[in-house]
Ligand binder design. Structure first.
Ligand code: AMP
Length: 218
């Protein structure tokens, strides 16, 4: 059966960790707009420079750019059996754009993607973001405060030096939350009304969240 999943949740709610685990177990492409945009920024292209001017302020990158990236990605062959959208859509406008893209491409199904909402109290989030580090080589994500790493600067899987995202500062995090509450949160009501939404308690530990997530897959 085709598996199409959308993940919605505030910055730092753990979507990245869970979607990576799900992508490996179900062998589905993990489409993370934040990472795709950071890759574009790293190329130094005109679009990357434009995207960065929004990202460093914690604002949404213009919809034309994001829609193009998503459309091109969903047309790739590896999306034939399904996909995991992590961090897209992030606004009503993007949800409408996604409906259009999904209607246009030949998916071999009419069923709507299942949407997972990561519910977590906001007070836990800023701390998670400022303590977040990731491995630029294998993509592993760590929390240097709660995870008790042997060395807070090295990836436990491949030994690469961990990096901290430029926007994982308290100052930008506050702006990212404001963007989330104003533009992304209304999607919860939209997808609830459409019967697509499943809510997960994302304040639990990683393995429990994953067990609940896979158990909720329809
Ligand atoms: P993330 O890695 O998901 O925290 O995203 C980092 C930043 O990339 C966000 O603060 C936005 O500036 C931008 N971004 C990621 N996904 C989207 C999206 N779907 N639409 C617009 N901007 C996005």
């Amino acid at each position: 059966m085709k598996k199409e999943f959308i993940f919605i949740g505030p910055p730092g709610s753990g979507k990245g960790t869970q979607t990576k685990m799900l992508s490996e177990e179900y062998n589905l492409p993990h489409i993370d707009t934040g990472s795709l945009l950071r890759e574009e920024v790293a190329t130094g292209s005109e679009e990357g420079i434009l995207a960065n001017s929004f990202m460093e302020k914690g604002q949404l990158v213009p919809i034309e750019l994001v829609s193009r990236i998503i459309r091109n990605r969903l047309l790739k062959n590896d999306c034939k059996e399904g996909f995991i959208l992590d961090g897209y859509p992030r606004s009503m406008e993007q949800a409408q754009a996604l409906d259009k893209i999904l209607a246009e491409i030949d998916r071999g199904t009419d069923t709507k993607p299942q949407v997972f909402y990561f519910d977590v109290p906001q007070d836990k989030l800023v701390e998670r973001l400022v303590n977040r580090r990731s491995c630029p080589k294998c993509g592993a994500i760590y929390n240097i405060k709660t995870m008790n790493l042997k060395d807070n600067t090295k990836c436990e899987k491949c030994g690469t030096t961990l990096t901290k995202r430029d926007d994982d500062t308290e100052e930008v995090a506050v702006k990212r939350f404001a963007t989330y509450f104003a533009q992304t949160e209304p999607l919860i009501e939209l997808y609830t009304k459409r019967g697509q939404l499943s809510t997960l308690d994302a304040s639990l530990d990683i393995n429990t969240i994953y067990k609940n997530l896979t158990g909720a897959i329809k």
